[in-house]
Design a protein around this ligand. Structure first.
Ligand code: SF4
Length: 334
């Protein structure tokens, strides 16, 4: 709730206050068992930082993380942090970097089993590793257990990374762009695997991606981030089929959807420019330098959340300032 993350810059300044990268501002989201939530945005939107705060790899600058409704102690270290991480696991983007090349599959999967006390002897450990390999569809499992990362394809490595996360029986799985570094031909297989595991294990799944088209397929809820701010969210069908925020429309224009094209729906695009510097982000709505609908008020402050019906919401003055009434004002850009 209301997570904020600033990364202080180490450069020494003679004048003015210390500078920081304002990576995430006021981000809130909820995850539920058996449901997937997608966080979508370009590089630099803050989506990975949100996942890393939830995984407790980064300490939030401010905000609250709750687990089963109870506030998590953000100062906790040692055993308390390990216990939290047993429940909340993160899968990284790069399967080539997330496995140690000098260790076998057995080693990678036995460590979490041992650390969290799920295996008490080697035979038990072997049985559990084989079961994990089967759960991620690496079969026959006996052929994979003694292999090394260099003997595996990118997709197989990502399956090992998923198996390693499952080894500690987590309740929450945070998948940070889990397929973006994989061959296009196997991306769907990995996404389908995550979907199956989510259903079978009733995992609460956070899916971080820059691909809004896959969010619709993969997640029940989609949240869109731009330059550290959450700008639109709701049921994935609503957000991807009836996007309201101009930035969501921009993202969708970069990911053509066959259904949308069949329906003949047009989007008002493209917007100019790139994601702004987060050291000195634009005032108000951070999208205003790129937005074809920007108004004077957009420069002055960030709009409150407007509910658009069916659980769909947006932070945009085109839909009012929390009240659903469009803000009429002189436009800066057309
Ligand atoms: Fe564009 Fe203003 Fe809406 Fe931001 S608040 S997206 S600048 S219209």
């Amino acid at each position: 709730e209301h997570l904020r993350k600033d990364f202080p810059l180490r450069t020494v300044r003679l004048f003015g206050p210390p500078r920081a990268v304002h990576a995430v501002e006021d981000a809130s989201l909820a995850l539920y068992p058996g449901r997937a939530t997608a966080v979508v945005g370009e590089s630099g939107s803050g989506k990975t930082t949100v996942a890393r705060m939830l995984a407790r790899l980064y300490d939030p600058t401010s905000g609250v993380i709750r687990f089963h409704g109870q506030p998590v102690d953000l100062k906790a270290r040692g055993q308390a942090l390990r216990t939290y991480r047993r429940h909340v696991q993160l899968i990284f983007q790069d399967p080539f970097a997330s496995l140690n090349p000098i260790h076998s599959v057995r080693y990678h999967l036995s460590r979490p089993l041992r650390v969290h006390g799920h295996a008490h002897n080697r035979q038990e450990e072997t049985e559990q590793i084989l079961a994990l390999l089967r759960r991620v569809s690496l079969t026959p499992a006996e052929q994979f257990i003694e292999k090394y990362p260099y003997q595996l394809s990118g997709g197989q490595r990502q399956r090992i990374a998923i198996a390693r996360a499952l080894a500690v029986r987590p309740e929450v799985l945070l998948a940070d762009e889990p397929v973006s570094m994989l061959d296009v031909s196997i991306r769907l297989d990995i996404l389908n695997l995550l979907l199956r595991l989510k259903d079978e294990e009733q995992l609460a799944l956070l899916y971080i991606t820059h691909d809004i088209a896959s969010a619709r397929y993969f997640a029940e809820e989609t949240l869109v981030m731009y330059a550290g701010q959450m700008v639109e969210g709701g049921p994935s069908e609503e957000v991807t089929q009836r996007p309201k925020h101009p930035y969501t429309q921009l993202l969708l224009s970069a990911a053509p959807d066959p259904d949308r094209m069949m329906a003949g729906q047009k989007l008002q695009l493209p917007a100019r420019g790139e994601i702004p510097s987060l050291i000195n982000p634009p005032s108000g709505c951070r999208f205003h330098p790129r937005c074809p609908h920007a108004m004077e008020v957009c420069r002055q402050r960030f709009p409150r959340r407007t509910q658009l019906g069916n659980g769909h919401w947006a932070h945009c003055f085109l839909y009012g300032d929390g009240d659903g009434e469009p803000v009429v004002s002189a436009r800066l850009k057309t």
